[in-house]
Design a protein around this ligand. Structure first.
Ligand SMILES: Nc1ncnc2c1ncn2[C@@H]1O[C@H](COP(=O)(O)OP(=O)(O)OP(=O)(O)O)[C@@H](O)[C@H]1O
Length: 315
């Protein structure tokens, strides 16, 4: 069984083509493990294959090749147990307009065979802030409320793993914070493993312990978030000169940008140049330093440097 929430080996998916379209290789052989109890981010450009991967985990798309184990259950050998271990909040707001939130949760619980005595629809509705709308028709719910209902539906069978496909795309700040609060609580208090896809790098940086980056159907990186950030050795030192100066510091590997606010942004590579050497170069240019701060690389830089090499994905 091991300690992995998810174990994927050699996962491939080719969509059939048809209608004159050539077949599309959406996943080209992915190996990936997600540790139990983690918040795991799946990142990648549009069309990279993230939804395909998630839909395979959810049992909605049939893989072409490879092995998938969910909470220790092989998807092909124990499909019922593996499905019961995972709850998926999809990207599309596909809700039956004639169900009320409470009704939708009851039907979902029924589909997963949750006995009446173990259903906690009201508790889940409270958690996502929909208790006042428990009896409203889904068609009368706002976009944000529908999203919360989708999260609630993903939770009815008490899964070990919660998968969120772009949960905060296009939602307002208030809802985003509510969703993240819920996710944190589920992870910290109930030990739920959370896998999410997002286009918001700061979100992944803030929320995820570990990150996998997919580009064009292949895994290009997978590491702890802090390690991924550590891979980038470019640092920027922002110098505020005491008085305006036409001079710029010079040195091997230094790139200097003069910013509108009068500061000089000196980018250097931490592996080659020390901060002390940067400061020496500044002083050697006759610049007196009034203030100095540093800017770290963020995940966006990692993402760009890793996916730059990959061939451009089909839209
Ligand atoms: N049902 C399908 N039939 C044919 N091709 C498909 C199908 N679903 C997805 N694809 C193609 O497979 C590739 C991967 O798509 P997928 O939706 O998994 O990417 P994604 O990373 O989730 O993208 P996004 O961030 O835009 O949701 C894309 O080129 C897409 O056009």
């Amino acid at each position: 069984m091991g300690d992995d929430a998810i174990r994927i080996e050699g996962l491939k998916k080719t969509y059939g083509g048809g209608g004159g379209q050539p077949p599309k290789e959406a996943l080209r052989g992915i190996d990936l493990t997600v540790p139990r109890g983690s918040v795991f981010g799946l990142l990648g450009p549009n069309g990279a294959g993230k939804s395909t991967l998630i839909n395979i985990l959810a049992g909605l798309v049939v893989k072409t090749a490879g092995n998938v184990e969910i909470w220790g259950w092989d998807q092909d050998v124990n499909p019922r147990q593996s499905r019961a271990s995972i709850g998926v909040m999809p990207q599309e707001l596909n809700l039956d307009p004639f169900f009320t939130p409470r009704g939708a949760l009851e039907v979902q619980a029924g589909l997963y065979g949750v006995p009446k005595s173990q259903r906690r629809s009201d508790e889940i509705l409270r958690m996502v802030g929909l208790q006042d709308k428990a009896e409203a028709y889904a068609r009368t719910l706002s976009g944000g409320m529908r999203r919360r209902l989708l999260l609630a539906k993903a939770l009815v069978h008490h899964p070990h793993i919660l998968v969120l496909d772009e949960p905060t795309a296009g939602v307002d700040i208030e809802l985003r914070q509510m969703l993240w609060q819920n996710v944190r609580r589920l992870n910290e208090e109930r030990g739920m493993t959370v896998i999410l896809t997002t286009h918001y790098l700061e979100e992944a940086e803030e929320m995820c312990d570990e990150i996998a980056i997919i580009a064009d159907g292949a895994l290009v990186a997978r590491d702890r978030t802090t390690n991924l950030l550590g891979q980038i050795d470019a640092r920027t030192m922002v110098i505020q000169p005491e008085e305006e100066t036409g001079h710029v510091p010079e040195g091997v590997g230094l790139e200097v940008e003069r910013r509108r606010d009068g500061t000089l942004a000196v980018t250097y590579h931490a592996n080659k140049t020390s901060p002390e050497e940067v400061l020496d170069a500044v002083r050697a240019a006759g610049i007196r330093i009034a203030d100095v701060r540093t800017e770290q690389a963020d995940l966006e830089d990692v993402f760009l440097s890793l996916t730059r090499g990959a061939h451009s994905p089909a839209a």
